[in-house]
Write a protein that binds this ligand. Sequence first.
Ligand SMILES: O=C(O)CCC(=O)C(=O)O
Ligand SMILES: [Fe+2]
Length: 371
Amino acid sequence: MPAPDIPTIDISALLDINASHADKQQVAVALLRAFTIYGVFYITSPTHPVFSTAKTHDILDATQRLFALDTTDKAHIPKIKPGGFTRGYVPIGGESGSTTMELKEGFSYGYEWSEQDAEAKKHSFNGLQGPNSWPAPDTVARLDRGQPGSFKGALDEFYLNVCDIAAGLLKGISLALDLPESELSKYCSSSETISFMRLFHYLPYADAQHASQIGSSAHTDWGFLTLILSPSKTVGLQLFHENEWHDVPSLENTLVINGGDYLSLLTGGKFISPLHRVVSNGKEERYSMCCFYYPDYDAKIPLLVQEEVKGQAASGNYSLLRDQRSEEDKESSSGGEDGKTVATRLLNGETNFGDYIVSKWTQVYRKGGAY
Ligand SMILES: O=C(O)CCC(=O)C(=O)O
Ligand SMILES: [Fe+2]
């Protein structure tokens, strides 16, 4: 299906501390429309480095070099583990949001603590904070291609820049909700230390029905915002809108924004957390760089919309509130609280966002995985 008329919004005013209130308000109006009709849209800001062809090339190049490593090098990158804190290599089949095999490999990294900070903080890290898991130093040196520090440098810079863009977007979203500009930032005082970036390499598969294999199963994202760069022009991300799947093709010098479940719940469902998936055209590989921007670890669902939120939860469309464990894991676990009970505690403000997300990552972890 051709894509619906998904807008591209120039968010420059939200990134410029000297912008006028009227300019920011204009962006807020566009955001309100995009979030309430689609939940997915493109953003750009022509003078910001993230939206430049040169920086897009750098980050794609670093991503492709990483996934081009041979099996032995990849085997030395620590693999993601169950338990919530997701850093390191995601092998093919090592994760799924459903019972379908997801044909992708990934690399997950986030805030780069200096060694001293990591050492000093190690006893007080929350369940979503901790040091990154990079490839072995000799592998990183090869990825640097003669320019020491360039590989990690490109990835770190991209992550921090994208977090800044997310923080800017929150101002516009606050205005779109008729709240003071700084309102939603209150829930994100240390978001960049628990949010993270995932680099993905999707492999082609032949199943045109996407039943036995898929790139990423149909799901909604759990957090505040997801910001996606995918320089490949091939088929990939799709949005479920008005009962049909629509392609969301990459557009030059833009990021795709996906509203997350947390944001949708804050707004009592007014802002859509869209159902989306990643599929293959059977021929081409695809690369994407996705930043999952979270609220603070101890954020709750604010009381302001609590009653409406309970209503939304009953409709059951959020992946955040669904049990995404494999059938095997559901069968083997007995006794503990079921997913629904824990989700209700989140909605009642009895559970932190962070503690809850830790349990979600464990749900989508799959044993094994191939290189
Ligand atoms: O790779 C993409 O474009 C999106 C991936 C995605 O939806 C996810 O990992 O949550
Ligand atoms: Fe997603």
